[in-house]
Design a protein around this ligand. Structure first.
Ligand SMILES: C[S@@+](CC[C@H](N)C(=O)[O-])C[C@H]1O[C@@H](n2cnc3c(N)ncnc32)[C@H](O)[C@@H]1O
Length: 247
C-alpha cells in the first residue's frame, strides 16, 4: 500500500523536528484495542485466579506463560544478572510479573500501545512506560539492555513493523545480552494449523516470518541463535527465538 498523505506529512514534519531532537507520534486511538482492562481484572478476580493464569486459561492453554519462562531459562537467558530489561507489548504483564519476580531488575521499561494497560502496569510494577510509536524503541539507548523481549505481539503487526522492531531489538541489547521474541513462522502455518485459524474465525495473525530469515537477520548483527521452541497460541502456535549478542 502506498504511504498515505497524512503519513507522508508526518514524516516531513518529523524530518524538520528531528533537528531539534523531537518527533511527532501517532495518537493511541489509531492502534488496535487490547482486551479491556477493568473487565479483565474483574473477571480474573471472579475466577479467583492470578491475572496471568486467568489469561492463559481464558485465551490460550493453561501453563503456557510459565512454560515459556522455563524454556527461556533452559536456553540460559537467566543464567547471569538480568538487570536492565525492555518489553514490547506486555499487555496484562503476565510475562513481566514473572521476570520481575525472577530477576529483580533495577530497570524495566515497556513500549505498549494500549494506554490503559501501560498506565496500570507502570503503577502496579513501577516499570517505565515509554512513549510508543508502535514500531521503534526510540527512547532506549543502543547497547543498553541485558534483555529485550516480546511475546505474541509481532505476528499481529505488518511485516515492515516487524522488521523495524527486529532492528530495534538488535540495536538496544548490550554485548552478552539476550533478545527473545516469537513469530508465526512456516512451522506454525502447516495445512492443519492454517485450517484451525480459518475455522476459528479469528483473524489477528497478520504476518508470517520465515525462521531462517530471523536467524540470518540476527546473525548479521552479531547474535548467536541459542535455540527456540514452539508454544500454543490459540487457535494455533507460535515459534520462539532466543538470541545472545556476542562480544
Ligand atoms: C496479543 S497481546 C499480547 C500481550 C502480552 N505480550 C501477552 O502475551 O500476554 C498484544 C499486545 O501488544 C500490544 N501491541 C500490539 N501492537 C503493538 C506495537 N506495534 N507496539 C507495541 N505494543 C503493541 C497490544 O496492545 C497488546 O498489549
Amino acid at each position: 500500500m502506498a504511504i498515505s498523505a497524512k503519513r507522508r506529512m508526518l514524516m516531513g514534519v518529523n524530518q524538520v523536528l528531528s533537528l531539534a531532537g523531537v518527533e511527532l507520534i501517532r495518537k493511541d486511538k489509531e492502534f488496535q484495542d487490547y482486551i479491556p482492562l477493568k473487565k479483565t481484572l474483574a473477571d480474573a478476580e471472579q475466577a479467583g485466579m492470578p491475572l496471568g493464569d486467568y489469561i492463559d486459561m481464558r485465551f490460550n492453554v493453561p501453563g503456557t506463560t510459565q512454560k515459556t519462562i522455563d524454556k527461556m531459562a533452559e536456553l540460559d537467558v537467566f543464567s547471569g544478572k538480568v538487570d536492565r530489561v525492555c518489553e514490547i507489548g506486555p499487555g496484562s504483564g503476565r510475562y513481566l510479573a514473572k521476570i520481575v519476580e525472577l530477576c529483580k531488575p533495577s530497570y524495566y521499561e515497556i513500549y505498549e500501545t494500549s494506554k490503559d494497560w501501560r498506565e496500570w502496569l507502570a503503577q502496579k510494577y513501577g516499570v517505565v512506560s515509554q512513549n510508543t510509536d508502535g514500531a521503534s524503541l526510540s527512547s532506549t539507548p543502543s547497547q543498553s539492555l541485558d534483555l529485550v523481549h516480546t511475546h505474541k505481539v509481532l505476528y499481529g503487526n505488518p511485516i515492515i513493523t516487524i522488521g523495524r522492531y527486529l532492528l530495534e531489538m538488535a540495536r538496544v541489547v548490550k554485548d552478552g545480552g539476550y533478545a527473545v521474541f516469537d513469530l508465526v513462522t512456516e512451522d506454525c502455518l502447516t495445512d492443519e494449523l492454517l485450517d484451525k485459524w480459518i475455522s476459528s474465525g479469528v483473524d489477528h495473525a497478520h504476518s508470517m516470518t520465515s525462521k531462517q530469515y530471523a536467524i540470518d537477520f540476527f546473525a548479521r548483527r552479531g547474535f548467536q541463535y541459542l535455540g527456540g521452541f514452539i508454544v500454543p497460541m490459540e487457535p494455533g502456535v507460535t515459534e520462539y527465538f532466543v538470541f545472545k549478542k556476542q562480544a
